[in-house]
Design a binder for this molecule. Structure first.
Ligand code: SAH
Length: 219
């Protein structure tokens, strides 16, 4: 019986350990920790990295992109101040891991990816995991997703030289935007922008980060 249970989910213990690591690293939001514990990161990384899927490190995915370090995923998710009715835009679907974590914590995730092949692979994972509240789009996330705006929360998972204007415009009053900003691989800062009810914004620096660049156009 026990052996069978282990076979059905060989990474269950690793996931629980990862959540514990993140808690020890200072993540206090229980809902975020639970969502991370539920999400099978092994499904989102290439075959040869599966044994590192639950290490708290960024890992390569296909086409020169990376899946973020779980601690950064947790921090960014926490910074959005999600609730079960929120509609969330993610720019940079990548493997689909971050979108899946978000999908447990809000009403609907709209996620945009510029590389068609990555998006198709992520869509397969969403189906496999029954994440029916994730809507995808192949497009340039610099432009956001005007047809679905406004969004209460927006997360960008690639580094922009400046905060894209369209994303601030598509943020609902009272909304939160989390985006890595900085030109090079070093010297990027994770920024949180809050849009106030009168349309004005204020921003704060959360921490230094290292993301692949946000690029214009699609592939
Ligand atoms: N959130 C992802 C990791 C993102 S890696 C995950 O959980 O796996 C950054 C992703 O942003 C890459 O897949 C890259 O192709 C994508 N990207 C870069 N610029 C973009 C743009 N302008 N619009 C949409 N996606 C973009």
């Amino acid at each position: 019986m026990q052996a069978q249970a282990a076979n059905s989910d060989p990474f269950q213990e690793d996931r629980a350990k990862l959540a514990l690591t993140l808690r020890r690293a200072g993540v206090k939001n229980q809902d975020v920790l639970k969502a991370i514990e539920k999400t099978p990161r092994d499904l989102f990384v290439p075959e040869n990295f599966k044994r590192h899927a639950y290490d708290d490190t960024a890992l390569p995915i296909d086409l020169g992109q990376t899946i973020s370090q779980p601690l950064i995923v947790a921090m960014m998710t926490d910074a959005l101040e999600l609730h079960s009715r929120a509609r969330v835009l993610e720019v940079g679907t990548g493997s689909g891991y971050q979108a899946t974590v978000l999908s447990y914590l809000c009403r609907r995730v709209y996620t945009v990816e510029r590389i068609k092949d990555l998006l198709s692979a992520a869509e397969r994972r969403f189906r496999q995991l029954d994440r029916h509240n994730i809507t995808t789009k192949h497009g340039d996330g610099y432009k956001g997703w005007p047809e679905q705006a406004p969004f209460e929360c927006i997360m960008v998972t690639a580094a922009a030289p400046d905060v894209p204007r369209a994303l601030i415009e598509q943020l609902a009053p009272g909304g939160r935007l989390v985006v890595p900003v900085g030109g090079g691989v070093v010297g990027q800062e994770l920024i949180k922008i809050v849009k106030h009810e009168d349309g004005s914004t204020s921003s704060s620096d959360l921490c230094g980060v290292r993301f692949v660049p946000l690029l214009e156009g699609t592939l």
